[in-house]
Design a protein around this ligand. Structure first.
Ligand code: PHE
Length: 341
């Protein structure tokens, strides 16, 4: 028997007795592991130099024997390896317990407000329709009595896609789309996103959301318009809400008004948001101008109606006390998680 044979036999026996001790917990895993497989001083490493003394056919046989021995050590140790690896730990988990859920996202405040407004108006017979954010000049301006070069076009800085196609600056175009396809009586809401090339500040952004309302029938009065909007304000903000109507101008309504809601003037941010008045404008409204009915072939001698356009961001700010409109577009989880139900 060569000295290499003797040496490996010796180690095999030594390992068997150490392994016995390990099984009986009389020796700790790490020290016995290092004793055999340690990178520098492991006993297994003392076998490789013996290869150089052997002739070639013996060499490969002995090489195989070292490898088998090594594999045997590794496999034997595997069973006693302290488990600090997650997949092994999970074996101990009680699989009958309910799983731990990852946290769900929340509904965006803009969507919450739109849904709430839709449900308030649905109680008085308004249903919802949706228009396209990309529209033509005709629907966004012309059919609404805002011809080319009309100064009202400057009120709404428009993003044009080409000479004729634009990003809608308001949801009022959906009045035209709907009236062209339907006959009175009409009671619709049309919520959606609109775009204006405005300076970005705490109060305004280059995109925002509106809900258009349109009511067309016979003998509709301005006091019905006021009553409808006051009903909405009370349902939405609570019966103590303070509102006011101010005369205004829109080319597609006559007479026109704006409705403000009282926000308060208690601190500096209230001054900033309300420009020092305490009131925040939340919508424009008015009786549909006969010119608009002309563009959709309605006979304005027989029917009339009212329209309004609510600004959702303003309402969200009022409702949740948000003092910077930009927070609504940043997708910041810390901000959004507050709206979890
Ligand atoms: N479209 C108007 C705006 O964006 C609001 C409005 C809608 C006014 C309907 C009157 C009637 O400012």
């Amino acid at each position: 028997m060569s000295s290499a044979d003797n040496k490996i036999k010796e180690l095999e026996n030594l390992f068997l007795s150490d392994y016995d001790l390990l099984k009986q917990n009389k020796i700790d895993f790490e020290s016995v592991y290092n004793k055999y497989l340690g990178r520098k001083k492991g006993l297994l490493n003392t076998l490789y130099p013996l290869l150089s003394d052997l002739d070639s056919d013996k060499k490969s046989e002995f090489g195989k024997r070292i490898n088998n021995f090594k594999n045997k050590i590794i496999l034997s140790f595997d069973k006693y390896k302290p488990c600090n690896d997650i997949s092994e730990k999970e074996v101990d988990v009680d699989l009958t317990l309910p799983e731990s859920y990852t946290s769900l996202g929340s509904i965006h405040p803009i969507t919450i407000i739109i849904d709430e407004i839709k449900s308030i108006f649905s109680k008085i017979g308004f249903s919802s329709v949706y228009g396209s954010e990309i529209d033509s000049e005709y629907y966004n301006f012309e059919a609404l009595n805002i011809p080319k070069h009309h100064p009202a076009r400057d009120m709404q800085d428009t993003f044009y896609i080409n000479d004729n196609i634009l990003l809608r600056t308001h949801t009022s175009g959906s009045q035209i789309h709907f009236m062209k396809k339907n006959k009175p009586p009409i009671r619709i809401l049309s919520p959606g996103r609109v775009y204006r090339n405005e300076d970005i500040s705490v109060r305004s952004y280059c995109l925002f959301h509106q809900i258009e309302g349109l009511y067309v029938d016979q003998n509709v009065s301005f006091s019905e318009l006021k009553g409808t909007l006051e009903y909405f304000a009370k349902e939405f903000f609570g019966s103590n809400v303070k509102t006011r109507f101010r005369p205004s101008y829109f080319p597609f309504t006559e007479p026109s008004a704006e409705m403000d809601v009282y926000w308060g003037l208690n601190n500096e941010s209230d001054y900033r948001i309300t420009k020092g008045t305490g009131w925040l404008e939340i919508l424009g409204c008015g009786m549909v101008d006969p010119e608009v009915f002309k563009s959709v072939d309605y006979n304005s001698e027989k029917i009339n109606g009212f329209a309004f356009g609510l600004g959702i961001e303003r309402i969200a700010m009022l409702k949740y006390g948000i003092d910077d409109i930009r927070l609504l577009y940043e997708g910041d989880y810390k901000f959004l998680r507050q709206f979890k139900k």
